[in-house]
Every structure is written in C-alpha cells, then in structure tokens.
Design a protein around this ligand. Structure first.
Ligand code: G3H
Length: 482
C-alpha cells in the first residue's frame, strides 16, 4: 500500500546456481533473503489493491489514460537507472549470460515504451464514434479489476513485466509475486515502483504459494490472473477461486515445440536455428525447440552437423565471454535431466556428442540423443533443459499425428524449401499452435507479435496491442439518434 514493510518473520535464503570453490569443495552462494509472508500479510496486500480499485471507482481506474501513462513513464525512467544491478542479479540468480541478461532488460524497456505508444494510439482511436442503424456508440475500455501477476524464473523480468505493465497501464490494481528464482532482481526496482505509482496500485508479495497467492485466490477478490509458468501451478491456483467463471485468466504455460525438418531443408540454416532454438539459455525457454523430427534421408547429416555444433559450445559462468551453457537455477534439475537421458539411453537412443549429459554442481552439458522414439519420456515430456531429442520419420503423416495429438500447442518450426509443401503444412497446423516459424527457430520475440498457444499451452494472447485488450474490457455507450 505504497510503503516498504519491514518484515520481522521467517526468511528464505536465495541461493545462486553459481558455486564457488572453497578448498576442494564447491559451495553454493547465498545471495540474500526474501520474506516468507504469512497469510495475514498477503491479505493486507490484497486489501490495499481492493481499496485502491474500489469497485472501479478508485482514483487509479478512473484516471485519464494519458495521466496513467505518465506514471508508467516515470517508472520506466527510474527503472533504467537500475539496469546494471538488475543485469548483475539476472546473472547471479538464474545464470543468464551477460548478453542474454542485457537483452532481457533492454527488451523489457522497449516493451514498456511500445505499450505506451500503443495505448496513446488506442486512446486517439477511442474518440471515434460508431454509427450503425440509427445508433451512435462509443467504446470505452475499462480495467478488469484486481490483477494477480506471476511470472517464471527463466524471464523473471521480461515475462512478468509483459503482464504487469499492461495490467497497470489499463487501470487495474495489481498484486505481483516475483518468480521463485529471479526474485532479488525486483529489489532494485522497489523504489521505482514506490515513487511512480499511488498507494495500493501495485503491491508486491513474497513467500510460499499456499500462504500467499493461495489465500488471495480463495478470497474470491482476484478478478484477473496473469500467470506464466506450469500448467499445474496455474490450474492449482485457478481451482482455488470460488467463482472461476468470474476470473479472467491470461496464461502462458508448458510447451513441447517441435521442429519439422523436410527432405529439402537447407541443412546449414536448419542446424544453426535448431542449435539456438534448443539450447539458448540451456533450453530453459518455454519457446525452446524441444523435439526435432527429421526425414530419415537427412537424419545422419543433421545429427552429424548438430553434434559438431553442440561440441563447440562452451560451458562456464555467465560473465565469461563466449559461454553458451551456464548453471541451472532449479534445484534437482540436473537429476531430472539425467533421468530423462537414462530413460532414452535404456530404450535405444544413443548419445551423439561426446561429453554430453555430464553433471558438475548445477552445470549440465548438452546432450544430443538419436534415435528417439515414442517409448521414451523425452518424446512427450517437456525437458526445459539442454537435452536435444532427434526423431527420424519416414512419412510426414507421422509428424502431423504427433502435433495433432499433442497436449501442447504453443509453436512449431518447419524447415524446408518447397513452398507448396510448407504451405500445405501451414494450413494443417494453423489451428494446432499459436505460431508457425518457417526456416527459423521458435521464439516469442519480437514482443509486439502475438504470443499465445493452443490446448494446454496458453489462455489468451499477449503482444503489445493484444495485452492492452486482455487487461481491459470494452464497455459500449450507445444512444439512438433517430
Ligand atoms: O520462455 C519464454 C520466453 O517468452 C521466450 O522468449 O522466445 O523471445 O526468447 P523468446
């Protein structure tokens, strides 16, 4: 409610995935602590947001759009002063390389600027009247209410802010719970929030899910749930809301994005895109390529070139130059990846790159596995890490069946040069996934593009313009003039 609360209760250590050497042993680094709020404190934050919204009558939801924009502009200018510190924390908390961390910060600032411009344009358009069959109407976009925004550890700034900023700028009041890893990097921004927004408009909470967001959901006072993370996390929380039909959800969830490599694919380009698509940020992107289907006639060539390319990748610390593979922030992740790897090996897949799949502290070297088949866990399970499964196919219908029957439907990539065949596949897949990439890896960016998915991968669409719609609702004011 517009003040920093000195928390006297339980704290949780924030442990870096980066280990330091202490004699013979490698020791994890404790970077700081975050409060583990109790339910009462979380409910106080909710109370502040509810009061500031005041059933849509509060100063923030009724403020003129251009005035609200000024608050966000002020936030942006203060946020930019914290660039170096946020980047440093992105490296230490989640192991993101310096270039990737800097890119995440800068693209987030660009997103905020683009959102401001889009809203100014929308505000100009809103002055137009609709004249139809004797009625004169005007559409007013109003906020949805109290929004709960939660983001993932892999893009703790960008993904979170692509919900938080549209929620705020459209006049909702917000409760924001930072990601579990990538949590400290919000600290340098607290003063920017405090100085830019009126009391109660943005309320930041920390702690265990059950005691914090669980009680918020159970209160029935959350109107908008913006969540980027796992299906389980989203559905567990949604289920707690007593009136789920009154809860607007904007969700970005799990994915298992396939690459489909056709017989005439340009192999140099395919390898470059599949390498980046599968292994950027250690494969910890919801948009990563998580399974590669290659036509049997090109399989040996793909595997050979890709294993060489993977062999060139250097593992190390995020601040070192030329590093691609860095420590993984989720405890237990290397164990999970090892289990998936061993499952595939035990069922006939071969490790194609020497030294792949090795664990050292929280580092896991990337592993290329071929041939992968439907009996293996890696065929359907999301690895969210540096495992690259390659599946050979004879008939394209095998891959079509995979996509059509999959639980997830975020994106896919098609690599091929025959425009006719690629076009036919685009027609087949257009209602299966949210984005089809031709001769390029899957990705969210540019952030102005629609970002969504089908089936269990998403609910709602995020982009600059779509988010403004998603975080508001149109009210028509109409009068008969005849
Ligand atoms: O994890 C999902 C991110 O939104 C990925 O963004 O594909 O543009 O790197 P990106």
């Amino acid at each position: 409610n517009g003040e920093l609360v000195q928390w006297q209760g339980e704290l949780s250590p924030v442990v870096s995935p980066i280990y330091i050497r202490d004699g013979e042993a490698l020791q994890p680094v404790v970077l700081g602590h975050t409060p583990l709020l109790d339910a009462d404190t979380a409910l106080k934050a909710l109370d502040s947001a509810v009061k500031a919204y005041d059933l849509g009558r509060g100063a923030w939801p009724t403020m003129a759009v251009l005035e609200r924009i000024q608050h966000v502009e002020k936030f942006l200018s203060l946020m930019q002063l914290q660039r170096a510190e946020v980047i440093r924390l992105l490296m230490w908390e989640i192991g993101k390389t310096y270039p990737d961390a800097a890119k995440e910060f800068d693209r987030t600032c660009d997103y905020i600027r683009d959102t401001i411009e889009a809203l100014k344009q929308q505000d100009r358009d809103a002055s137009h009247f609709i004249i139809e069959q004797g009625s004169l109407g005007k559409i007013r976009r109003v906020p949805v209410g109290v929004a709960l925004c939660m983001g993932p550890f892999n893009y703790p700034l960008n993904e979170t802010f692509t919900t938080l900023i549209p929620a705020l700028i459209m006049g909702n009041t917000v409760i924001f719970k930072p990601a579990k890893y990538g949590v400290l990097l919000i600290q340098p921004l607290l003063q920017a929030f405090l100085q830019s927004f009126p009391a109660g408009v943005i309320n930041i909470i920390y702690g265990r899910g059950r005691e914090t967001v669980g009680v918020l959901m159970e209160s029935g006072k959350i109107d908008l749930f913006a969540f980027i993370g796992t299906n389980k996390g989203a559905s567990d929380l949604k289920r707690m809301h007593p009136k789920p039909h009154r809860l607007r959800a904007v969700l970005g969830l799990d994915a298992k994005n396939p690459a489909i490599i056709l017989p005439d694919a340009d192999m140099a380009r395919t390898v470059k895109e599949c390498l980046a698509g599968s292994l950027s940020f250690n494969g910890q992107r919801c948009t990563a390529l998580k399974i590669l289907f290659v036509q049997q006639s090109r399989a040996a060539e793909l595997v050979d070139k890709l294993s060489h390319a993977i062999g060139e990748l250097k593992a190390g610390m995020p601040w070192q130059d030329g590093i691609a593979i860095t420590p993984l922030p989720e405890p237990g992740k290397t164990q999970f990846l090892t289990e998936l790897l061993e499952d595939a090996l035990s069922k006939g897949a071969k490790l194609q790159n020497p030294g792949g799949g090795q664990t050292s502290a929280s580092l896991f070297t990337p592993a290329l596995l071929y041939p992968v088949n439907s009996s293996m866990r890696l065929y359907n399970e999301e690895q969210f890490g540096p495992l690259v499964p390659v599946v050979p196919y004879n008939d394209i219908n095998e891959v079509i069946d995979y996509v059509v029957n999959a639980n997830f439907g975020q994106q896919l990539s098609i690599f091929g040069q025959d425009a006719q065949q690629v076009g036919e596949l685009v027609d087949i897949f257009a209602n299966q996934v949210g984005r089809i990439n031709i001769n390029s890896q899957c990705q969210r960016g540019p952030d102005s593009f629609p970002f969504n998915g089908r089936k269990d991968s998403a609910e709602g669409t995020l982009s600059v313009v779509d988010a403004l719609r998603q975080f508001s609702t149109p009210t028509l004011v109409a009068a008969k003039y005849q």
